[in-house]
Design a protein around this ligand. Structure first.
Ligand SMILES: [Zn+2]
Length: 294
């Protein structure tokens, strides 16, 4: 029976699962370590070796890692949430792990899970919007997940003014610079505060003026960004995932009326995913099984 190793490498946490014949043998959630490209490869190898040994598994058929950045032909082109600005080829891991290694954009994988097990069972066109360390969207149109370089809405420039905030992608004024976890931290830093994204919300709850301003701006830019998405394609739902999207939904996800200020198309319903933390690694599992079925 095939053994599939799944990794969802996020900007903050990495989720791992080792699955044999549809049974999860071992699962782990650890902090992502990525000081540079080689550091990320070492980290992935370390997580795999540790969990294989925990599960007592010696042979794996395929390892599938999903990552927060565009992927083309097995190469991660860049990953701003991981601080990687240059292409990274993962094929060198095949030698050390002793099996095929495939990679995919995390949202292209997550959208597959939402299609098979979530909102995809009731509608045939939807967005899966990740509001997390970064911002991006998976797209399903007419029952099919859009593949390849797509859905990088987080890097749409929504503020072209000269004092626009800096984005992790090195440009200025992107949606992500205003509303992603990394963006919230960078805005806090620009004001002299070393706050984490959740720290920003904690300070806002306590009425801190700068923190309140950052949260208010994040919501306002989410309305503009969602407006861009609604104008781009006709979908029946926008499903929200990611740590900010799920844990801070009420604070940062605008109501359809707020989004409607920026659209010519009607705004569909905007809902939280019911699948939460499992979207990424389960998507990796589907992709791993596709690879073995080929
Ligand atoms: Zn950007």
């Amino acid at each position: 029976m095939p053994v599939v190793e799944c990794l969802d490498v996020g900007g903050t946490h990495t989720r791992y699962a080792l699955i044999e014949n549809e049974k999860v043998l071992v699962k782990e959630r650890v902090e992502t370590r990525c000081e540079n490209a080689q550091g990320l490869l070492d980290f992935i190898q370390e997580v795999c070796v540790r969990n294989r040994s925990r599960a007592g598994v010696s042979g794996v058929n395929v390892s599938c890692a999903v990552l927060p950045g565009p992927v083309r032909k097995g190469v991660l082109l860049n990953a701003p949430p991981l601080g990687l600005q240059y292409p990274l080829d993962f094929s060198c891991l095949e030698g050390v792990l002793g099996n095929a290694v495939i990679i995919e954009n995390d949202l292209n994988a997550a959208v597959r899970t939402e299609l098979e097990k979530g909102v995809g069972r009731t509608v045939d066109s939807f967005y899966l919007l990740a509001l997390s360390t970064g911002i991006g969207a998976g797209i399903v149109l007419n029952g099919k997940a859009v593949k390849g370089l797509a859905g990088e809405f987080g890097h749409c420039v929504l503020d072209a003014s000269s004092n626009a905030f800096l984005c992790a992608c090195t440009r200025r004024g992107c949606w992500s610079a205003y509303s992603s976890g990394k963006g919230l931290e960078m805005q806090a830093r620009a004001n002299g505060f070393e706050w984490s994204a959740s720290g920003v919300f904690d300070h806002a709850l306590n009425g801190h003026e700068i923190a309140c301003e950052i949260v208010k701006r994040a919501r306002a830019f989410n309305a503009r960004g969602l407006g861009v998405m609604v104008n781009a394609l006709e979908v029946q739902a926008i499903v929200v995932m990611g740590s900010l999207g799920l844990n801070r939904f009420k604070e940062v996800v605008p109501l359809p009326g707020e989004v409607g200020c920026f659209t010519v198309n009607p705004v569909p319903r905007i809902v939280k995913t019911a699948l939460a933390d499992d979207l990424g690694w389960e998507g990796a599992y589907f992709l791993g099984m596709d690879f073995l079925d080929r």
